[in-house]
Design a protein around this ligand. Structure first.
Ligand SMILES: *[C@@H]1O[C@H](CO)[C@@H](O)[C@H](O)[C@H]1NC(C)=O
Ligand SMILES: *[C@@H]1O[C@H](CO)[C@@H](O)[C@H](O)[C@H]1NC(C)=O
Length: 319
């Protein structure tokens, strides 16, 4: 069962079934969830003052690594009765208290989240790190079938014309831009991102999912349509694993969802992180500061900052 559906464990207990929790978020965020009560006791949730750069002290293994701004967004609440905070508090996996075969399965692996997994194991010894699942699936299918059709779990129709476009671009010259299946951005953020991308001079492949921008801009400045026509390609949805594996792709501007992060790490593509919610705030900090696989742009969306980050990733630190 999914770890946010804590009520299901009562049902399993009633009917005498052993159960395992499965979480699809990163282990670093699972550890934050395990420590929510501690964070409240220490006053780090519902914190005083406005300084989001204050380091967090009460999560073992994360001392000196994460700041208030790197906790899941709902932890910024000023109010301990906040419904979202209480939803997560009520649905904490009760793995530590019970020994009836309870355990936790995570889509991660020791080479990337080893120190975090060690902390979680101390609370929950029956822990299985079985990821990255997308690569296991790929190898399993490759061994089984003679067809070369890639398998996809995508809910939307993938526009494969972007692969043809990538085929005609130089190696590692394209920034891939996608914010996953849920994130929605305001029109102002969309315009800042777009200006930043065009001003960076980089080639880009941008996934703009239907309804992922809150309201359509009324007019598009000429320099944006011109820059996009010259160096950009826009699709409604992409075959992401294929895109990240393409030789033309040199960077990924991402919402830092765990699947996207694993897929990017697996293909060796460095990231610019612009997290939207939940585990994405924690993951982007780990990408930038711990794993050193990219730049964390969280809490900013300004054309100058976007342009600077893209230039840094695609030019200055290309190698
Ligand atoms: C805190 O949140 C609760 C539940 O949403 C609400 O009823 C209450 O008015 C809030 N308190 C403050 C001080 O905002
Ligand atoms: C994340 O990856 C897994 C494994 O490939 C897949 O089953 C799942 O549908 C993906 N989730 C999203 C939101 O794309």
């Amino acid at each position: 069962m999914n770890g946010v559906m804590g009520y299901a464990c009562d049902v399993a207990n009633d009917v005498g079934l052993p159960f395992m929790y499965v979480r699809t978020i990163s282990a670093c965020c699972v550890l934050v969830f395990f420590c929510l009560t501690k964070l409240i006791e220490s006053g780090e949730i519902a914190f005083a003052g406005n300084d989001l750069d204050t380091p967090i002290k009460s999560i073992p293994g994360m001392e000196g690594l994460i700041r208030r701004r790197d906790l899941p967004m709902f932890c910024r609440t000023r109010n301990l009765s906040d419904p979202i905070l209480n939803f997560y508090l009520q649905n904490l996996p009760e793995i530590t208290e019970n020994s009836r075969g309870h355990g936790l399965i995570l889509n991660t692996f020791d080479d990337i989240e080893g120190p975090i997994l060690a902390q979680i194991r101390a609370l929950c010894p029956n822990l299985y790190a079985v990821g990255p699942l997308h690569s296991h699936l790929k190898y399993k299918l490759a061994g089984q079938s003679s067809s070369s059709t890639p398998c996809s779990n995508s809910l939307w129709k993938e526009d494969t014309s972007c692969i043809t476009w990538l085929d005609s671009q130089p190696p590692k010259s394209v920034l891939y831009v996608s914010f996953g299946s849920l994130a929605v951005m305001a029109k102002e953020q969309y315009m800042e991102l777009w200006h930043g991308l065009v001003n960076s001079g980089s080639r880009f492949l941008w996934v703009i999912r239907l309804e992922s921008v809150a309201s359509d801009p009324t007019e598009i400045p000429l320099e944006l349509s011109k820059g996009t026509e010259e160096r950009g390609y826009i699709v409604g949805w992409s075959p992401q694993e294929e895109v990240l594996a393409h030789r033309a792709v040199g960077g990924f501007l991402t919402h830092s969802g765990w699947n996207s992060t694993l897929e990017s790490v697996f293909e060796g593509v460095p990231m610019i992180c612009w997290p939207y919610f939940l585990d994405q705030q924690v993951i982007s900090r780990y990408v930038g500061e711990v794993w050193k696989l990219g730049l964390d742009m969280k809490d900013t969306c300004d054309r100058v900052i976007v342009e600077k980050a893209v230039r840094e990733l695609m030019e200055d630190r290309k190698d």
